[in-house]
Write a protein that binds this ligand. Structure first.
Ligand SMILES: NC(=O)c1ccc[n+]([C@@H]2O[C@H](COP(=O)([O-])OP(=O)(O)OC[C@H]3O[C@@H](n4cnc5c(N)ncnc54)[C@H](OP(=O)(O)O)[C@@H]3O)[C@@H](O)[C@H]2O)c1
Length: 255
């Protein structure tokens, strides 16, 4: 299976890193972009992938469209497709828009950058013209780098907000917590490790628990104790409302 990555930005690199860690040979991956040749040289040196300035998409089994959304449909129109697995990771592009220009079907995937460490969460929205074999191929490809969930026109924007965008929300929270620890005397990297490991542990617990989050909070927050007092501060500052509004905003399509 040889893979063409069209676009060599952070999402493309995260996927390539995760796929190589999952056992895909770097020599089976080719990366390309429009202008930044230096970036391609850096990626070739770092990961051992192939790069090209003039790709022929019909030479590849899988073509991942990982450029900014406004370039996707022009790219699809300008190339000749045979029987590729066409995967777009671009926000707000639909499978139907791509399938208007290809006969081999398309899938719109929404991964997140943790795919680099094979802990990704990817939404898969299959086009009407994609075969079952290709659906399984796409699912298997993204399961190499984390979990997948099937999405559609209604759920994709919210999957994107909750999984694609949320790493930035979590980093925002870490950015707010870190100075408290550095002021207390931890150096920056230790402070970050403490918070990240606490987040990772909480996530692990959430993945193994089915009880409501309110009960999980009660496990940690004895009435009047330090956690309970901290949770009250979060509620006074309307963290829930802020998170709800952030998700709704990220899910909203720009006009
Ligand atoms: N970052 C995320 O967390 C994330 C999550 C989910 C989905 N996505 C989606 O992934 C896509 C890429 O995001 P990103 O954050 O990786 O962006 P980025 O860092 O800006 O990278 C975009 C890449 O695409 C290349 N490019 C642009 N137009 C091209 C074209 N016509 N042909 C070939 N290469 C082209 C750019 O290089 P040149 O300018 O040199 O061509 C650059 O290498 C977006 O559509 C985004 O919606 C991103």
């Amino acid at each position: 299976m040889n893979i063409l990555m069209v676009g060599a930005g952070s999402m493309s690199e995260s996927l390539v890193k995760g796929w190589i860690a999952s056992g895909i040979s770097p020599q089976m991956i080719t990366m390309t972009n429009r202008t930044d040749r230096v970036r391609l040289d850096v990626l070739a040196t770092q990961y051992g992938v192939r790069t090209t300035a003039e790709e022929q998409v019909d030479q590849f089994d899988v073509v991942v469209l990982a450029m900014q959304p406004d370039g996707v449909l022009d790219y699809v129109k300008q190339h000749t497709w045979t029987n590729q697995l066409v995967v777009s990771v671009a926000a707000h592009i639909t499978p139907a828009e791509i399938e208007a220009h290809v006969t081999c079907g398309a899938v719109c995937a929404m991964p997140n950058t943790p795919v680099a460490f094979r802990t990704g969460m990817t939404g898969l929205w299959f086009g009407d013209h994609i075969s079952d074999i290709k659906k399984r191929q796409a699912t298997a490809l993204f399961e190499r780098v984390g979990e997948t969930v099937e999405t559609d026109a209604s759920t994709m924007p919210y999957l994107m907000a909750a999984a694609g965008c949320s790493p930035a929300f979590f980093y925002e929270i870490v950015g707010a917590m870190t100075p408290v620890l550095t002021k207390a005397g931890f150096n920056e990297s230790v402070a970050r490790r403490i918070i990240a490991q606490a987040m990772k542990g909480s996530a692990e617990l959430l993945l193994h628990e089915e009880r409501p989050t309110a009960e999980l909070i009660q496990d940690v927050a004895a009435p009047g104790g330090p956690t309970d007092r901290g949770v009250h501060v979060l509620r006074e500052h309307q963290l829930s409302e802020a998170m709800h509004a952030a998700l709704m905003e990220s899910a909203r399509e720009e006009n």
